[in-house]
Design a protein around this ligand. Structure first.
Ligand code: SF4
Ligand SMILES: [Zn+2]
Length: 346
């Protein structure tokens, strides 16, 4: 199976390279403001996606659901990155929460040289209360964590883990990461006094709905001691990915909102007990390429997930939403595993 996936992904990557959009290396990919939580209060957070060379792992092989490769730039110099910083400064409106993302790792010096990272963080840490950056676990070292911890504002480091199951990571997501490695990185960050956010994936490809719910629930429980925030990311279908390949052929359906409801209901009490924020900000929610139920209830579920994630309401809000499509989800939960068993033994 793994060999087949690798072959398909190599072909997908070849096509992605050929169709890659040319981007201006002096301009961030996107900048916007969104609502998020800062010290328990809803606040405006500025989000900037920088144009960089992108994820080192995506360049080599890449995760089966990730299309970030399409949002990267081939040649980005230090002076280009500083030009992007100038754009951020111009667009900055005194938001106290800033998320500086790349389509890769902020802590990879080959992507963001240390001197450039210092320029970004020095400027904004004087003005913000919280800055969030994302990185692959392998770039986290005790020294790097110390450097980040010395800035005057709180720094939150977001680690993409996806699943705590090493087989899922290796065979299905192709993450090139182990749970152990994540735990080491998270512990180094926490020990230095930094905040940790952990991304978990809901429904990687090649999993039934039920397996996906179980994998996500188990992963949440496993990461609780290593993180301050857990963001459950329901898979959305991104161009030039294995997920897209399977979706196009009818072999992949993004998760149901009911699955996320189930996970939040089961895990929220454990998260609260540990003082961990459990949230989700799904991309493409309510569309056929993102997490969805049916047209009648998608809007209500989207609102509920946002309200829960911002701490405005508890998971009981789900009990006020009901729709006839629940029976279809239940059917997927009850029968997909059995169908897979039948096919593999038949
Ligand atoms: S999900 Fe993260 S680690 Fe995986 S290819 Fe995308 S950017 Fe790289
Ligand atoms: Zn519905």
């Amino acid at each position: 199976m793994k060999q087949k996936i690798t072959k398909i992904m190599a072909e997908i990557r070849r096509k992605a390279k050929a169709k890659k959009r040319k981007r201006d290396p002096k301009r961030p990919i996107a900048i916007w403001t969104e609502k998020d939580l800062l010290e328990g209060q809803i606040t405006d957070a500025m989000v900037a996606i920088l144009a960089t060379g992108g994820c080192s792992w995506a360049e080599e092989s890449g995760c089966t659901m990730c299309g970030y490769y399409n949002d990267t730039c081939n040649q980005v110099t230090e002076s280009d990155l500083l030009a992007q910083l100038a754009v951020l400064k111009e667009r900055y409106r005194d938001q106290k929460y800033l998320k500086i993302f790349t389509s890769g790792s902020f802590m990879n010096a080959k992507e963001i040289p240390a001197s450039v990272a210092t320029e970004f963080l020095s400027f904004f840490s004087e003005r913000c209360d919280l800055i969030c950056i994302e990185t692959r676990a392998e770039y986290v070292t005790a020294e790097a964590a110390e450097v980040l911890a010395a800035y005057p504002c709180e720094i939150e480091v977001a680690l993409g883990l996806e699943s705590s199951n090493d087989v899922v990571l290796a065979e299905i997501i192709n993450k090139n990461l182990t749970f152990e490695r994540y735990k080491n990185a998270a512990s180094l960050l926490l020990d230095a006094g930094l905040a940790v956010k952990t991304y978990l994936l809901l429904k990687p490809p090649l999993m039934t709905e039920k397996e996906a719910v179980e994998d996500c629930e188990r992963s949440i429980r496993d990461v609780l001691p290593y993180t301050n925030t857990i963001s459950v990311n329901p898979t959305n279908v991104q161009n030039f990915t294995l997920v897209d390949y399977l979706h196009h052929r009818g072999y992949y359906r993004p998760p149901w909102f009911y699955s996320l409801e189930e996970i939040m209901k089961r895990c929220m009490p454990h998260a609260k007990e540990r003082g961990v924020r459990l949230m989700s900000a799904p991309s493409g929610a309510g569309t056929l390429r993102g997490i969805h139920n049916c047209k009648k209830c998608d809007g209500k579920y989207k609102e509920a997930i946002t309200a829960i994630s911002l701490g405005m309401v508890g998971v009981e809000i789900f009990d006020r939403i009901d729709c006839e499509c629940r029976v279809k989800w239940q059917c997927d939960m009850d029968t997909q595993n059995a169908a897979m068993d039948f096919h593999s033994t038949g």
